[in-house]
Design a protein around this ligand. Sequence first.
Ligand code: FES
Length: 171
Amino acid sequence: MVVRHDFEPKILGFLCNWCCYAGADLAGVSRYQYPPNIRVIRVMCSGRVDPKFIFRAFSRGADGVFIGGCWLGECHYVTEGNYEAEKMTNRCKKLLEQIGLNPERLRIEWVSASEGIRFAEIITNFTKQLKELGPLGIGEGKDLEQLKRDIEAAESYIRRKLISYYIDPDK
Ligand code: FES
């Protein structure tokens, strides 16, 4: 694939406070270099990230969404939110595919508080991948009106399904 050098993707990152956010902080303190394309929202657990947040980010101009959590088995909450986050991410990837957007625009990774270098490498790699994909929608051959309609359709689907999703995530 061709890397578009004139395009700087916008990434919205949801980072769990206890691991990935601390890993990102360590990357900064250690001065590991990575592209400045990510804007971060700190959440207490990756399991807090809601499908609505993801599609809202895409509707507001993000080219990629990143979720960073503790390694599986190391979530700081008994509910083990990172397993839920992984399931939710896979569902949202399917939905992205259904509306004709590349599911690789959504990424979930596990990063511990001591893995600053891993965080820097993941964001470097994700930014490169998004540059290859191009701007959201345009990279998929959609015009802006079509993109808006498709994301609205996904948001409306999520609104309708959300209650049953939380009652039975396997449905
Ligand atoms: Fe980090 Fe749950 S506390 S993923």
